[in-house]
Design a protein around this ligand. Structure first.
Ligand code: PAF
Length: 288
């Protein structure tokens, strides 16, 4: 496919095109930021672009629905996609380059033989519920780091466990990329922004507020002096007891190890997951 040039945002589909563009930036002395996404952009993604812009001269975004991170019973086929809309939004936010590869550009020989083993941080929560998910995430992010060699890559805090794993991968594999995590962006009623929110019917949308409501209740308890992690966890879990909401997990964990804590201290993280209708939602909050 021939590259298209928008007002400021260049669209490319191949790895050599990315490498050429990055080389030009480097030759001009510029620094490179990458915002990896699976597209169907929302304000949360655009806030990552804003953060990237603060940290580097040139901001690239990848848009790739990565088959390797979806389980066989997951929503790969119906995952929302709209490249035209994404490009408009990326252009509106001044993204310099969008890399939207086809699956065979990223995986020309099918699923790679060599992949990134996530280790202990992936054993619980999302990693336990979605076997193989983080292997797929880390492998594609490692490939994107290898393609762009960015100075910095920006991820959203909504996927807290993912961000922790990527940070750990960059450290353990000496990838030389600064991993930056930007705060969750929420709808006015508290629901964390997610591309998957588009699946929710009006009723489900209302029920989905149970997650952020639980986080608010738990945080309010903490603010009132409660330090027993089980009490905070119970408040979070109980908020999920709403008809039409199927709780997944509610946890209070250490931000670095992701292991459950007994006493909650500032910096510990509340993490929650639930299914609303056919849609799995996750959310979290760092205790202040
Ligand atoms: O968070 C996402 O959108 C994806 O997991 C990521 C990091 C782009 C890898 O496919």
């Amino acid at each position: 496919m021939a590259p298209a040039t928008l007002a400021q945002t260049r669209l490319v589909h191949t790895i050599p095109e990315v490498r050429g563009a990055v080389r030009e930036v480097r030759q001009g002395g510029g620094s490179v930021a990458l915002v990896p996404t699976m597209g169907y952009l929302h304000e949360g993604h655009l806030s990552l672009v804003d953060r990237a812009r603060e940290l580097a001269d040139w901001v690239a975004m990848s848009i790739f629905v990565n088959p390797m991170q979806f389980g066989p019973a997951e929503d790969l086929a119906r995952y929302p996609r709209d490249l035209e809309r994404d490009l408009e939004m990326a252009r509106g936010r001044g993204v310099d380059l969008v890399f939207a590869p086809r699956v065979d550009e990223m995986y020309p020989h099918g699923e790679p033989q060599v992949s990134v083993v996530p280790g202990a941080l992936a054993e619980r929560m999302e990693g336990a519920i979605r076997p193989g998910h983080f292997r797929g995430v880390l492998t594609v992010v490692a490939k994107l780091f290898g393609i762009f060699h960015p100075d910095v890559a920006v991820f959203g805090q909504k996927d807290f466990q993912q961000a922790a794993l990527i940070r750990r991968m960059a450290l353990d594999l000496d990838q030389g990329v600064r991993v930056e995590v930007a705060p969750i962006v929420r709808e006015p009623d508290g629901l964390a922004m997610s591309s998957r929110n588009v699946y929710l019917s009006a009723e489900e949308r209302e029920r989905a507020r149970a997650l952020s409501r639980g986080l608010e209740r738990s945080r309010a308890l903490f603010a009132a002096g409660e330090r027993d992690a089980e009490a905070l966890r119970a408040a979070l879990w109980n908020a999920l007891s709403v008809p039409g909401v199927e709780p997944g997990y509610a946890e209070v964990v250490d931000a670095l190890t992701l292991e459950p804590v007994r006493r909650a201290a500032p910096g510990a993280v509340l993490l929650v997951a639930a299914r609303v209708g056919r849609t799995r939602l996750i959310d979290n909050a760092v205790l202040p």
